[in-house]
Design a protein around this ligand. Sequence first.
Ligand SMILES: C[S@@+](CC[C@H](N)C(=O)[O-])C[C@H]1O[C@@H](n2cnc3c(N)ncnc32)[C@H](O)[C@@H]1O
Length: 324
Amino acid sequence: MSDSQTVVVDKSGHKVQQMFAEIAPKYDLMNHVLSLNVDRWWRWRTVRRLAPKADARVLDVCTGTGDLALALLQHMNKDGMNKDGTQTAQAATGGGQTPTASRGGTAAAGRQGILTSDQASARDLGDCRVVASDFCRPMLEIGEKKASRLPGQALQFVEADSLRLPFPSEQFDLVTVAFGLRNVSDTAGGLREMVRVSRPGGQVGVLEFTMPRLWPLSSLYKFYFLKVLPRVGQWFAKNRSDAYSYLPESVGQFPQYEQLAAMMQDAGLRDVKFYPMTFGLATLYVGTKSAAASETGTGGPSGAAELASPGDLPRSSATPGGRS
Ligand SMILES: C[S@@+](CC[C@H](N)C(=O)[O-])C[C@H]1O[C@@H](n2cnc3c(N)ncnc32)[C@H](O)[C@@H]1O
């Protein structure tokens, strides 16, 4: 990644917003083509590992077209099924208690479309089991279309900046982000917001691209990622912006493995573990919000952050260095 590291990737909000707005109509297709459909499997593994309960409250930030949010909700619906295929009473009503709402079910109510930040902060979203936020409206519009067959308000899309989430603190049992944190201009700030809205004891999950460390896969992948993918992507998406050169550049400059795990600890998470998938092409990081998050935050790369599946990746090849 040497040539990509010489220029710092421009992640200013406006540029990122515009880039995703341009590629939004083809985003899902491109994801599946360029990853040979493996992206679906990564999200599936992520959902299986995070395993939110049927009555959990979940927030997926940088949700884009909502694939992870939809997969999470699907899992929660399954979790809330009786053996005969009917919904458990708890799942049907939205289940458990939240700090802000009774969550008595309004499953019959129609969908209310994408909410703006202001609308979301003024409204009680207690009936929504999954809230999915992003600051790029065209991406959300595609997600909203996919969700249009869902009954009621189980899934609510919100147009919001991940650095200024319009939700009160300590609301969600699980806060996730898939392939999104890398695009947020302030990685540490994005993590802090995710931790802020998570309830103490809640989980934060980050799914992100990583570079495989095992040779010769690492070299082959660099060639594909740096030389092939940007050309195929550009040609397919026919977008004017440089979205598919931005992808390898932003991955190359983003903290990986121990570095990102350490940042998650610094943001107030404990027991941070990471799970490399497909030889380390993507990695899921999971941490738990400390009961008193503000009292933590001293973890470093050699702290409690652990490699969860050492078989996938040699710990000794960890790359020390910068975190952003
Ligand atoms: C690569 S897409 C990932 C979408 C989706 N999570 C997925 O798994 O396919 C990155 C998304 O992050 C969003 N994003 C980047 N920075 C953001 C920010 N500061 N606030 C909200 N969304 C942001 C973009 O608009 C884009 O939809």
